[in-house]
Design a protein around this ligand. Structure first.
Ligand code: SF4
Length: 420
C-alpha cells in the first residue's frame, strides 16, 4: 500500500507569538545530531519493515515526503541530501513522488534552492502569512513581503514549478481591505497552490495569554467569515480550484463536468469523477483521505499499521532515544522515539474518515467509498447525523456523495463534531 512520509524539523530562529507547533529556538547546535538521529529512525523503520514484510499484507511504497516544522529550510542542502538518500535506500519511492519542504521566506538563498531542486525536492511551501508589514510584525514573523518576492523569484529560477504560499486571516485588527491586498499580492506571484487558515488562539502561546487577559483585540468571527468568503471567490475567479476547506490549487487539466461524458461518469466511482486539481498537495490529500503515513522526528505523528502514534517532543530526548536504545523489540510502525500509540478501532477509523474526507469540498464523502473501506453503509452508521446536517443546510447530497454546503464550510466544526 502507498504511504506518505512526514519528517519533522523542530528548529526555528525565533518562536512566533501565535505558534503552538513543536519547535524550539536557539537549539541550532543540535541540528547535526538531529539529522543523524533522523537517519537512524529511517533505518530503524526500514529494518522493521524488512522483518515484518511477511506479516504486512503489502510492503509500503512512499508516494510523498513532507519536511514540516518548525523551519525545515534552516537545514543545509547537504543535510537534506543525507536524509533523502537514507529515505531512498530505505523505502521504495513511487516515480514522481512529491517531495515538499516548508520554508520561511528570508531563510533561503538562490544557491540553496538550486541545490535542493537538484537533490530531488520538487515542491516548496512558503510561510507567507500576510503581505502587510504591521501584521507580519504583530505575528512576530522575521520576514518582510520583499523577502517573499525574493524567495519566490529565486525558487522559480532554481526550477521549482510547484509552490505553495501559506496565509493567515482573521488577525486582530486586520481589516477586510488589508486582507484583500494580501490576497491580490499573492495572486501577483502566481503560486500553484494557496492555503489560507483562520488564526486560532492556542492555549500556552503568548497570543493565547494576551487574549485571555483582554490585551489582544480578538478577531471578529463575522469579519473573518467575510474574509474567507471573499478569498474563496477571488481565488476561484483567478483560476484556483478550492479542493479543501482552506486550500486552493491550479489545475492544468481540462475540468471534467457531468456534461463531458455522462455515460462514463455514471459508471465511475465519484473519486474519479471529481479528481483533485493537478497541483493539489498530494501529501495532505493522504491525511484528508485517511490514508496511512509514517511520522518521523521529534513530536511527529503517524497513522500506519492500524495505529495512530506520536514521537517524543523534546529534541534532546529524541536524539538520545535514537542513540541509546536497548531493545529492538518495536513492531512496525514504531521506533524507539514513539511515546504514544493508539490501536485504532473500526469506530475510530470511520469517525476520522468522516472528519477528514468532508474537508474535501469537491470530492466529499462518497457512499461507495465508505462501503468499500468499512464494509458498511454510511447511512447505516451515521444515518441520524447525516439527516440532521442535511436538514440544517450544512451538508448536501448529490449522486451518491455528501459534501459541505458553502455554509457548512464556514461552520465546519459544527459538522465535524457530529461524527466524533
Ligand atoms: S516560523 Fe512557523 S513554526 Fe517557527 S515559530 Fe514561527 S510559526 Fe512556529
Amino acid at each position: 500500500m502507498e504511504h506518505s512520509l512526514y519528517i519533522h524539523i523542530p528548529f526555528c530562529t525565533h518562536r512566533c507569538a501565535y505558534c503552538d507547533f513543536n519547535t524550539y529556538a536557539g537549539q541550532e547546535t543540535l541540528m547535526p545530531a538531529y539529522v543523524n538521529a533522523l537517519i537512524r529512525e529511517i533505518q530503524f523503520i526500514q529494518q522493521r519493515l524488512d522483518q515484518e514484510t511477511s506479516r504486512l499484507s503489502d510492503h509500503p511504497t512512499i508516494k510523498t515526503v513532507f519536511f514540516g516544522g518548525g523551519t525545515p529550510s534552516l537545514l543545509s542542502p547537504p543535510q537534506f541530501e543525507a536524509i533523502l538518500s537514507s529515505i531512498r535506500s530505505a523505502f521504495a519511492l513511487t516515480p514522481n513522488a512529491e517531495i515538499t519542504i516548508e520554508a520561511n521566506p528570508g531563510t533561503v538563498t538562490y544557491e540553496d534552492l538550486r541545490r535542493l531542486r537538484e537533490i530531488g525536492i520538487n515542491r516548496i511551501s512558503f510561510g507567507v502569512q500576510s503581505a502587510n508589514p504591521f501584521e507580519l510584525r504583530m505575528l512576530e514573523r522575521a520576514h518582510t513581503f520583499f523577502d517573499v518576492i525574493q524567495a519566490v523569484t529565486s525558487a522559480r529560477k532554481a526550477g521549482f514549478d510547484n509552490l505553495n504560499l501559506d496565509l493567515i486571516y482573521g488577525l486582530p485588527e486586520q481589516t477586510l481591505a488589508s486582507w484583500q491586498t494580501t490576497v491580490r499580492r499573492i495572486l501577483d506571484l502566481h503560486p500553484e497552490h494557496i492555503s489560507a487558515y483562520a488564526l486560532t488562539l492556542e492555549h500556552g502561546t503568548p497570543f493565547g495569554r494576551w487574549a485571555s487577559k483582554g490585551l489582544l483585540p480578538l478577531p471578529d468571527p463575522d469579519l473573518a467569515a467575510e474574509m474567507y468568503e471573499w478569498a474563496s471567490e477571488a481565488l476561484e475567479a483567478n483560476g484556483y480550484v478550492q479542493y479543501e476547506i482552506s486550500n486552493w490549487a491550479k489545475d492544468d487539466r481540462r475540468p471534467q463536468t457531468v456534461d463531458d461524458n455522462p455515460s462514463s461518469i455514471v459508471h465511475r466511482p465519484p473519486s474519479t469523477v471529481y479528481p483533485p486539481p493537478s497541483f493539489a498537495c498530494k501529501h495532505n490529500l493522504q491525511y484528508w483521505r485517511s490514508l496511512p503515513y509514517l511520522g518521523l522526528g521529534a513530536g511527529a505523528h503517524g497513522y500506519a499499521g492500524g495505529y495512530r502514534y506520536s514521537n517524543v517532543l523534546r529534541i534532546k530526548t529524541y536524539i538520545e532515544r535514537l542513540t541509546n536504545y536497548q531493545s529492538t523489540n518495536y513492531p512496525f510502525p514504531f521506533s524507539p522515539a514513539a511515546v504514544n500509540r493508539h490501536r485504532q478501532t473500526l469506530e475510530d477509523d470511520m469517525s476520522e474518515y468522516m472528519l477528514n474526507n468532508l474537508r474535501l469540498v469537491k470530492a466529499g464523502v462518497a457512499e461507495s467509498d465508505f462501503r468499500s473501506r468499512f464494509g458498511r453503509g454510511l447511512l447505516e452508521v451515521y444515518g441520524r447525523e447525516v439527516e440532521e446536517l442535511l436538514q440544517s443546510g450544512l451538508l448536501e447530497y448529490q449522486e451518491g456523495t455528501y459534501r459541505l454546503t458553502r455554509r457548512g464550510r464556514l461552520l465546519g466544526n459544527r459538522v465535524f463534531v457530529r461524527f466524533v
